[in-house]
Write a new protein. Structure first.
Lengths: 417, 105
């Protein structure tokens, strides 16, 4: 038997204790019906069913404990000692990135790497250093959309993808002449690698090719930045003195993690405002800030639906027992619809005055790109789109399609104006 | 052990004996004190652990560059007594009293 210090965490709304007092816990309910393919098609009905079952539900199909409700999600995110990001096995996340990047570490190691990039990712840096670049990319690709025209344009293919790609090139510090299509391909390949639980060899081949191409760029870039550091993410990673293999792993992490999300936020915002034209009018009139519209969209349609953790001890979480060394999925997008916190949470409401959402995660791994996304998409891309394409709306005569569980968004997003 | 007194918006107060090395933010979260979110886990990246310090500010370490920037982003108005509670550690004081703001987001 191991002596442990009993830690009591009072959990706000429900008033239930999270503790190491496992004698008081019950096995978590088991949901045999959870179907990953259904989650990829539309996860929200499953989330609702799961929340009704309990704050902790075991899903055999995924071999994971799913954390479903707001309070439990908050408590897991806030306790990195009980719920670790350091996986023991070198699964696809570590394999695809060629090393253990900051997302697979706990503090203090995580803090060293994450602390390196925080300064360039804060609001003032976004405003003073990056905003002009974001504006430039947006104007360029709106020009492109205008050329495609309102009968053929796809917001995802023709604007969101290239803009997200260009912003990533700029933030990382890649050469300005890097092709947006290359950055997009690198990101797609690395994301495929991260998700490659079935060990598809064709995906590993794509990862290998992308890694070689990105490494070639870094060979030159790292050499140059040593003598001429700048504001870029890569420069910051290098300046803090990380070994080169860790710099490269974190660059690959940023490429994989910094593309889909801002891309999906563009289409998510235009989608949401099309479904709710009164709110679109209010946003365009300035009745509500674009920042508030952005945050409500992140809540309602979260580009990253879930985040993984590993339990380091047996834990009684809100009455359910989670065994030691279990894999968890924190269902961020489910917490963001929790009826106990958000009244009519399945509706989009830019006037909602409600507790903060978990779309960017929480705790020390809170998304480093949070202010980049808010500035680049919420406060630059979307207002500019409506300014230059005033009638911008989803084109109902063509097909929009959603896809994805952990990474979710509009694959096709036909628009007109 | 250092003691931290949190005064809620409604005037109610709660005193915690904090573990050595903990921050005022972390002690609030660990002890279920409402009114501090600490979204970023203490990296001065969110400004949701904002407090108004009621006891002496002089004994506390000065406001660094990162904290200064984020104090400009608080939801509740910034006052002379404003600090991010993730930057205040028990090593810095024997006892402290903080007033919680009416909103963190």
């Amino acid at each position: 038997m191991r002596a442990t210090v009993l830690q009591k965490h009072l959990c706000g709304l429900e008033g239930v204790v999270m503790s190491l007092d496992v004698s008081a816990g019950l096995p978590a309910p088991v949901a045999e019906w959870v179907d990953p393919f259904e989650l990829m098609a539309d996860p929200y009905p499953s989330y609702k069913r799961l929340r009704e079952l309990g704050p902790v539900v075991f899903a055999p199909s995924m071999d994971r404990y799913l954390i479903t409700r707001y309070d439990a999600v908050r408590d897991v995110l806030n306790d990195a000692s009980l719920f670790s990001s350091h996986s023991f096995d070198e699964g696809p996340l570590v394999q695809a990135l060629g090393g253990r990047s900051m997302v697979s570490k706990d503090d203090p190691d995580h803090a060293t790497e994450r602390g390196a990039i925080n300064p360039t990712m804060r609001p003032r840096s976004m405003k003073e250093v990056w905003s002009p670049k974001f504006t430039q990319a947006v104007e360029t690709w709106i020009d492109h959309m205008l050329e495609i025209g309102p009968e053929e344009a796809d917001l995802n293919r023709d604007f969101a993808g290239p803009v997200a790609s260009q912003n990533l090139i700029d933030l990382l510090g890649f050469p300005p002449d890097t092709d947006v299509n290359d950055m997009r391909r690198w990101s797609t390949d690395l994301v495929a690698g991260i998700g490659n639980v079935v060990d598809d060899q064709d995906i590993w081949r794509r990862v290998a090719r992308t890694t070689a191409e990105v490494d070639a760029v870094l060979d030159d870039l790292l050499r140059r930045l040593k003598h001429k550091p700048d504001h870029s993410i890569i420069s910051h990673l290098q300046q803090v003195g990380l070994p080169e293999d860790l710099v490269r792993a974190n660059v690959r992490l940023t490429i994989s993690g910094g593309m889909n999300e801002p891309q999906h936020m563009v289409t998510n915002m235009v989608w949401s405002l099309s479904q709710y034209p009164d709110q679109r009018a209010a946003a365009r009139a300035g009745d509500v800030t674009w920042g508030a519209v952005f945050e409500e969209t992140v809540r309602w349609l979260s580009p990253i639906q879930a985040d993984g953790r590993r339990s380091t001890q047996e834990v009684n979480l809100h009455g359910s027992l989670i065994p030691e060394n279990s894999d968890l999925f924190i269902l961020l997008a489910s917490a963001n619809r929790d009826e106990a916190v958000y009244s009519d949470g399945d509706s989009f409401d830019i006037n909602r005055n409600a507790p903060s959402h978990f779309g960017f995660g929480g705790g020390v791994h809170l998304c480093a790109g949070k202010y980049a996304a808010r500035t680049a998409i919420g406060e630059t891309a979307i207002p500019k789109l409506y300014e230059r394409l005033p009638g911008l709306a989803i084109d109902e005569s063509r097909k929009s399609s959603w896809d994805g569980f952990v990474f979710r968004g509009l694959v096709t997003c036909p628009v007109t104006w | 052990m250092s003691s931290i007194t949190y005064i809620g918006v409604d005037g109610s107060s709660e005193t915690i004996e904090a573990t050595p090395g903990a921050s005022v933010m972390r002690a609030a979260i660990s002890n279920g004190v409402r009114g501090i979110i600490g979204e970023c886990g203490g990296q001065a990246m969110c400004a949701t652990c904002h407090v108004y310090v009621e006891t002496s500010l002089d004994i506390l370490p000065g406001i660094g560059e990162d904290e200064e920037e984020m104090l400009e982003c608080t939801a509740a108005p910034r006052k002379a007594s404003s600090r991010l509670s993730c930057q205040l550690r028990t090593d810095d004081f024997e006892s402290i009293t903080v007033q919680l703001p009416d909103r963190q987001v």
